[in-house]
Design a protein around this ligand. Structure first.
Ligand code: ADP
Ligand code: MG
Length: 461
């Protein structure tokens, strides 16, 4: 069975039922691994992402699977550490893959996507510098000396503006032109989790244990280290210290380091000065919001890559409306294409495009607390009775905190009124709920995504 094609078909189905940001983050990052009995086994990046997928998306994934003509009935999501339970099956299925994708150090991470290349990246004023810097690094990683140091390459900017695309373009370029290099590509969150795990296992001597020795091997035995979302190290002194040593070690051997972040080093609160100055010692480039010409070019490029012809007025329409996040621009374009398909149109028209975007931002009625509670409950699969009740199980309490947080922030409703909605709780209880979420948000990407998804359901940014 070709699980790669099967997964393609499943993802295609999912792309029309899951909102585009969530799709990119939770679904596109899944990898088909193998089949065991009637179960399709998928790999995800971390335990937190597995939890979200199991909680929120597994039903849709199963539904999509069951709608296809295949003997498989179930889906299981696992993480890297559990792969050994499926060793035989994985060997069997992964061999069938055409391209050998072993390259990442220790085979211990998800591989970047092959669609993110320099060729598919549109260069404009907003990203010219970042593009050129990334290309220079790809051409001579870790190059010592010279007037400018390109080590580290630090790319920063808001979400959906092409940081990951550029970093993965470097990865793809190196794979092609310099296949012997050992490259490790990981999100900072993963590095921190690895570090914590290694600390916990520090007195385990066995060869297979992921202890400090294994950790060092993984991170220091590389020619190129790519860490995404390095702002994740904010407030994590231990991880910062660990990273400082890895950084120096690699740097002194002229190994290339590439980092991405949502902000410049100086603005990462509590980032140690010595790390800030290391980061600033290389090349700091930003990606900013693309201008209209670049946006039009991006839309044209995506269409060209997929071999789709769309009239100019539709292209201008979507490029004009989505000006601050390329991922959203792509999402809107997909919706327009999908809508045209559903309407049996040969190609989208300006009118169908407007309808497509309208139907996703309908209803001018003002949002109320009930809408928010409904969205939270349906997203987290919690009943409305439970969320209002005194029930304190972890799931219910968490959903309640999120609902309170959203009602407070979106509707600016007084705490005591929110308390009344939630069965007469007093305002300090409500305040605690709100503050729990506020304080966890900066460091909890899964939570951040859940809140983003729920806002997506409510059609607010
Ligand atoms: P970030 O990592 O900055 O949040 P991504 O690199 O994931 O953003 O980009 C989001 C989406 O937008 C990706 O699908 C990416 O291919 C696309 N994108 C962003 N900038 C460009 C560009 N200049 N040309 C083509 N595609 C782009
Ligand atoms: Mg990114």
């Amino acid at each position: 069975m070709d699980i790669f094609n099967l997964w393609k078909e499943i993802s295609f189905k999912l792309s029309s039922v899951i909102n585009s940001a969530a799709y990119t983050i939770w679904i596109q990052t899944l990898q088909p691994l193998c089949v065991k009995g009637e179960v399709l086994v998928l790999l995800t990046e971390s335990n937190t992402s597995r939890q979200t997928i199991e909680k929120v998306y597994i039903k849709e994934i199963k539904k999509a699977l069951n709608s296809l003509d295949t003997p498989l009935k179930e889906v299981q999501v696992i993480i890297e550490e559990e792969k050994h339970h499926f060793k035989e099956e994985i060997d069997k299925y992964q061999k069938k893959k055409l391209a050998p994708e072993e390259p990442i150090a220790n085979g211990n991470s998800l591989n970047p996507s092959s669609k993110y290349t320099f060729d598919t990246f549109v260069v404009g004023e907003s990203n010219k510098l970042a593009y050129n810097a990334a290309l220079a690094v790809a051409k001579s990683p870790g190059a010592a000396g010279g007037f400018f140091s390109f080590n580290p390459l630090y790319i920063y900017g808001g979400v959906g503006l092409g940081k990951t695309h550029l970093i993965q373009a470097v990865w793809n370029y190196l794979r092609e032109n310099n296949p012997k290099l050992k490259i490790l590509y990981v999100p900072a969150e993963r590095m921190t989790n690895d570090f914590v795990e290694a600390l916990q296992n520090s007195n385990m001597q066995s060869k297979d244990a992921f202890n400090m020795v294994a950790f060092r091997n993984k991170y220091r035995n590389v020619d190129v280290l790519m860490i995404e979302d390095i702002q994740f190290l904010q407030n994590k002194a231990g991880s910062q210290d660990m990273f400082f040593h890895i950084f120096n070690d690699l740097y002194q051997q002229n190994k290339q380091i590439i980092l991405s972040s949502d902000r410049p080093p100086k603005e990462i609160g509590t980032l140690e000065d010595r790390l800030v100055s290391r980061f600033e010692g290389g090349i700091l480039v930003d990606v900013s919001k693309p201008d209209i010409e670049t946006r039009i070019a991006i839309v044209r490029k995506k269409l060209l890559l997929e071999n789709i012809i769309v009239p100019d007025d539709v292209i201008y329409y979507v490029a004009e409306r989505f000006d601050s996040n390329v991922r959203e621009l792509e999402g809107a374009l997909s919706r327009i294409l999908l809508y045209a398909q559903l309407c049996n149109l040969h190609t989208p028209t300006l009118e169908s495009a407007k309808d497509a975007l309208q139907s996703s931002s309908q209803s001018n009625r003002a949002l109320d607390a009930n809408d928010i509670i409904t969205a939270v409950c349906s997203y987290l699969k919690i009943s409305k009775t439970d969320i209002i009740s005194k029930k304190k199980t972890k799931d219910v309490a968490q959903a309640r905190h999120i609902a309170v947080y959203l009602i407070y922030n979106i509707l600016s409703m007084p705490l005591s009124n929110i308390g009344q909605i939630f069965g007469g709780r007093d305002h300090t209880t409500i305040m605690n709920s709100r503050d729990q979420i506020t304080s966890r948000l900066p460091n909890d990407r899964a939570l951040e995504m859940q809140i983003k998804d729920i806002k997506g359901i409510l059609n607010i940014k």
